[in-house]
Design a protein around this ligand. Sequence first.
Ligand code: GN1
Ligand code: MG
Length: 362
Amino acid sequence: MEKYKKIVESFVTGNDIHVAPLGAGHINDSYKVSVDGKEFVLQKINHAIFKNVPELQNNILRVTSHIRAKLQEKGVKDIERRVLNLIPAKDGKYYYQDAGGNYWRLMDFITDSKSFDSISPELAEKTGEAFGEFQSMLSDMPGGPLYETIPNFHNMESRLETFRESVKKNLAGRLPEVQDLVDEIEKRSEEMCLPEKLHREGKLPKRTNHCDTKVNNVLFDSCGKEVLCVVDLDTVMPGYVLSDFGDFMRTGANTGKEDDTDLNKVSINIPVFEAYTKGYLRTAKEFLTEIEIENLALGAKLLTYMQTVRFLTDYLDGDIYYKIKSPKHNLERSLAQFKLLQSMEENYPKMQETVNKLKNSK
Ligand code: GN1
Ligand code: MG
């Protein structure tokens, strides 16, 4: 507790400081802080994953400043609840590095808000609109492309390269146990690298993406009716829109859990797929090209495949990236993602039909 107080005091001054754990992300550690009654979010940035913290924080500053300016232009009220607000440290930097080398940041806590961990079609539609609007607001951000906070984050070719290295090294000796899944991954590798190929051919653009489009990264007002803002901006960086679309489907349009051990529960939730697509296209369609729209459904398969690969890579490496809750957690996650992928493969014609049907509706 004393340790946290000192960190908080490198940003703000106060007499009565309280710190309590907040949320359950896989990567950073978050705390809710109160300083003389005013609430903040304090985060320890996972420096092993986000290697360049000054660039990371600069990205977030650029994104939030641009969105804030847009909202001001539109005359939106209540701006402090509509976009994250980073608090500078007393030395003017947007992060603080403690004596142990850890990096910290402070933000205003968004009051009277809630996020959802479960989904309904109605919620999916609002979330789709929110992420479409987010991409749309950032489509004219000046200053050139953002820094890639994790290089090649959603690049399937690069993820496969890393995966193949891990298979070769077999550091944790787990390869025999997962050989079947490795084979299934390899069978699909060409199809899943199509977006990289289209990009090289100049057909698929990179835009500013969120790169972690889970439903719980959208804050709603306390009644859960209206979207306030998109949060978790660490991975906002250049990418293909199909990635953001696909990562929502991977996380939201699943009838089971990301790490479900009962694979019978895991399948694509078609009503949620349809509702998100409707909301997303409503706000994003004006800036999307035909080829981007045509490849949205592929994005859902791709991100599910990518996560199958990422969890399995970590299992093969001996669990060094994701926090785990049990020894086989990464394998269970990978198998559950693969089951979801198979369900998407079965439903692929229906998914494409849905995108086609909705691209011309209002
Ligand atoms: C990580 O920490 P969290 O839940 O926001 C990961 C995502 C994965 C996700 C899997 C920086 O996100 O890419 O899709 O876990 N973030 C990073 O649940 O690797
Ligand atoms: Mg995240």
